[in-house]
Design a binder for this molecule. Structure first.
Ligand SMILES: [Zn+2]
Length: 559
């Protein structure tokens, strides 16, 4: 009897072991083995890869909530030195959006500084503009983001995890697409990555971070690894796709890889002039999605304030365009605050809720006792609407173009626990009003309009108009300063001219929703120009002159 009981106990233990899945560090060890073994991985001193990248931006779609915009197609060559943890990537990036152009540049990322040689963005910083040839030190935000993504994509991540068992913990099983993956959490700095393993091969299949997206709130951001191939004894995932909330936004193909090819030291060296004073990697709430995805479309402003260049300006500020009309400038994106008798109207909520809180605070100080009753969003793109929640939270009605209502209802219903600028709350009761054709706000003191115009940039896009000031507000379809005036109007400018005519309005000037540095200088010349506000006699001479200046840079001027 005794013996039978012992056998039963042993068989129960054996049975439970047989059904037990590998967990935690066992999963990591299995992955290391599947990638070539600890010895092979530890023998990697340098890694050189070539490949191609395609990117899509979901929040620059033509239709609100519609198909993602194809943004960019690139080739790259990356070299990494394992000992110094330095990586260089040489890029040729062919952008399709917002305008076709090619940027050829190099990035060097080291543990304590980042560097960009060449022009990588239309949103250039002062340091990039001042340097000849163009170059700049990465902001701390970009450096932290680059480091996170290099670590996530590294073929040696599993080895790093194996060496740091105290930072690895079991994450149980994570189900994606109906498949259950055993997973671990790996803590690196203040970041946690969840690594999901292929139950069949043991290889890492998906590496997840929980990010904040300024439109969709709390999102998953996954690197999906596939098509493993042996390269000099190391198994490398040659297909790497990034999924944002389940949609593929980056598709990387590794076409070539070499282990331990020599790398000349100077290729990984940041020039002293840029290394000195270069920001350290940012910690805390890094806006990873903003930093990553503004680079998709070649418009990232590489600064430690996401919406303005800390080396060029002291920050956001108000400029009065007409009595009771403040243009929020100093940043990459602008809003317009219009004073009514008892309340305020704000056009656009760019970048983030942090940016919006600055605007709300400035509006409160400038116009005490007048709440922002209406937020007019010219269009749904992430750079102009990413601060919508802060306005909704303080009770504004959101005014959107035809077809965008349902999109913004879903946006405001999305959870946003990871929003660094605004505490989680229920915004589902926020009033949202769609504008079919035009919406006029008239309280007997002044008339302000929002007009939907047909255009190639975004369906339902609206322009604003303050009638007494003959001041328009336009975003994205007018790009003054982007180059010499074309012989004929480009489709965006033509759309604006047609839209203004159709609306029956007669703007003498436009305030822009996006910074174009040369135009900002022009705008400043007309600062405080009281004659530019509408009078019975129409715009003053100086206003006409400033309108002509705008025409030279592509503005339609008065129709
Ligand atoms: Zn846009």
């Amino acid at each position: 009897m005794k013996r039978a009981g012992l056998l039963l106990a042993i068989s129960l233990i054996v049975a439970s072991c047989a059904t037990m899945q590998p967990q935690g560090q066992e999963l990591v060890a299995r992955a290391v083995q599947a990638m070539g073994g600890a010895e092979t991985l530890a023998g990697v001193k340098t890694l050189s890869v070539k490949g191609t990248v395609r990117q899509w931006e979901p929040e620059q779609s033509m239709v609100p909530g519609g198909e993602m915009r194809f943004a960019c197609e690139s080739t790259f060559e990356a070299v990494s030195d394992v000992g110094t943890n330095a990586t260089r990537i040489d890029w040729v990036r062919n952008f399709a959006y917002p305008a076709p152009r090619t940027f050829t540049f190099s990035e060097i990322v080291t543990p304590d500084a980042g560097y960009v040689a060449g022009i990588d963005s239309n949103g250039r910083t002062k340091q990039s503009l001042d340097s000849n040839p163009p170059a700049h030190a990465m902001s701390g935000l970009r450096l932290a983001t680059s480091q996170r993504e290099l670590r996530r994509g590294s073929s040696l991540l599993s080895l790093e995890m194996l060496k740091n068992p105290d930072r690895v913990s079991s994450a149980g099983a994570v189900t994606v697409g109906g498949v259950s993956y055993p997973a671990v959490d790996y803590r690196a700095g203040d970041q946690t990555m969840t690594v999901l393993f292929d139950p069949a091969t043991g290889l890492p299949a998906r590496i997840r971070t929980l990010d904040y997206d300024n439109i969709w709130g709390d999102v998953t951001y996954d690197l999906v690894l596939a098509d493993w191939k042996a390269m000099d004894g190391l198994r490398v995932a040659t297909s790497r796709k990034y999924e944002l909330n389940g949609r593929t936004v980056i598709d990387i193909k590794i076409t070539d890889g070499k282990v331990n090819a020599p790398i000349a030291a100077e290729r990984l060296t940041i020039p002293a002039a840029f290394k000195t004073g270069a920001p350290k990697p940012a910690t805390g709430p890094v806006p990873y999605q903003w930093v990553i995805r503004r680079q998709f479309i070649g418009t990232y402003l590489d600064s430690d304030a996401p919406s303005y260049d800390t080396r060029a300006t002291s920050g956001l500020r108000l400029e009065e365009r007409a009595p009771g009309v403040q243009h929020v400038v100093g940043g990459s994106h602008h809003s317009l605050i219009v004073e009514m008798r008892d309340y305020l109207i704000v056009f656009d909520a760019p970048v983030s809720d942090g940016h919006s809180k600055w605007v709300l605070n400035a509006a409160r100080t400038k116009y005490p006792g007048k709440p922002v009753r209406f937020l007019v969003l010219t269009h749904h793109h992430m750079d102009h609407a990413g601060g919508v929640r802060a306005f909704a939270a303080q009770g504004a009605t959101i005014i959107v173009g035809q077809g965008a209502g349902e999109h913004f209802r879903r946006v405001l219903a999305a959870p946003f626990k990871r929003n660094p600028d605004l505490g989680a709350r229920d915004l589902t009761a926020t009033p949202i009003a769609e504008v079919g054709d035009k919406r006029l706000f008239n309280d007997g003191t002044r008339e302000v309009g929002a007009y939907v115009i047909e255009n190639p940039h975004a369906t339902g896009l609206m322009i604003g108009y303050v009638a007494d000031a003959r001041l328009g507000f336009v975003t994205d379809i007018w790009s003054p300063g982007a180059g010499p005036l074309p012989d004929k109007l480009n489709p965006n400018l033509a759309a604006l001219v047609t839209g203004v005519k159709k609306a029956g309005i007669s703007p003498a000037r436009f305030a822009g929703g996006t910074a174009r540095w040369p135009t900002m200088r022009r705008s400043r010349r007309s600062k405080g120009n009281s004659s530019s506000r509408g009078t019975d006699h129409g715009p003053g001479l100086r206003s006409q002159r400033s309108a002509r200046a705008d025409c030279r840079t592509g503005a339609p001027g008065p129709p």
